[in-house]
Design a protein around this ligand. Structure first.
Ligand code: SIN
Length: 289
């Protein structure tokens, strides 16, 4: 069924697919009022169906952002490294300011794959957006899997890869801090390298996913360095292709929710040190896979 046909099945709101494979705008929902079980069921279905769902013009408090995350999973399940909101500790502040630091999330990644149990999804809410630049892009790991030749799919299924925080945007972020060496050391101790299968199966949709990313995946286990690099770069090349992507031009008061198992994303760092402030909640489950 095409994205347009799938969109027409929703009854609680209007779904407008952005591309053929990934991303949809949702209209007719006020995320400050999401008590209805029918609404929650359709929101979950839309997330798994379109992988990234976007809501414009939403006026939600930090408490309401937590309630939105709870529709999809447990907001307290995952510990990442962003500074936390003063009162709502599950909210992370993804903030760049003219006098502060910019986070290095301008690499393709899925959130927190350097942990054994990464988040199943993320709710990102925009407060201040640069007049130009600072878009977020997502690529669909399921569509990329489907595009890979069958013989290679079969080989990839036999492989596992190492994910670590060591060479990620966090390393560059720590470099900017006075006590950065100590913070980097703590992060390495708290987040030792982990191993994930290169291909994973989405527990809800049953679709296969290419589950590596350039930010956190450093090598394929058991392969010589050059072969591992070559194979990973071959896979990463798919992420660059616009056919598998969706790109969001943020407006203030926009909420984007993504399926962190099925997608990778990239925050375009083309806004120098202009102000860009978003609040993020990652949500999870007992076991993501
Ligand atoms: C993230 O990488 O989770 C944040 C994305 C963004 O800042 O656009």
């Amino acid at each position: 069924m095409s994205a347009i046909q799938r969109a027409q099945q929703y009854r609680q709101f209007t779904v407008s697919p952005i591309t053929r494979h990934i991303g949809a705008f949702i209209e007719g929902v006020d995320l400050s009022q999401i008590e209805s079980e029918d609404l929650k069921t359709e929101l979950r279905a839309a997330l798994f169906d379109f992988q990234v769902i976007v809501f414009r013009n939403q006026h939600i408090t930090p408490e309401q952002q937590v309630l939105v995350a709870r529709v999809f999973g447990d907001p307290d399940k995952v510990k990442s490294l962003f500074p936390r909101h003063e009162s709502q500790k599950s909210i992370e502040k993804v903030e760049s300011t003219p006098t502060g630091y910019r986070y290095g999330n301008d690499q393709w990644h899925a959130d927190v794959t350097f942990s054994n149990n990464p988040p199943t999804g993320t709710v990102l809410y925009s407060h201040v957006i640069p007049p130009i630049g600072g878009d977020t892009l997502w690529a669909s790991g399921t569509t990329i899997y489907d595009a890979i030749p069958k013989a290679l799919q079969d080989y990839l299924e036999t492989l596992e890869a190492v994910h670590t925080i060591d060479n990620s945007g966090w390393a560059t972020y720590f470099d900017q801090l006075e006590d950065g060496e100590q913070q980097a050391q703590n992060a390495r101790v708290n987040h030792p390298p982990v191993v994930h299968p290169v291909i994973r199966t989405h527990p809800v949709t049953g679709r296969k996913i290419v589950y590596v990313n350039p930010e956190f995946t450093v090598r394929i286990k058991g392969l010589p360095r050059q072969q591992s690099d070559a194979l990973l770069n071959f896979l990463f090349y798919y992420f660059q292709q616009p056919e598998y992507q969706v790109r969001l031009r943020w407006e203030e008061k926009t909420v984007a929710i993504w399926d962190n198992r099925a997608t990778v994303h990239y925050a375009a760092a083309d806004y120098d040190y202009q102000e860009r402030r978003l609040s993020r909640i990652t949500f999870g489950e007992e076991q993501a896979f």
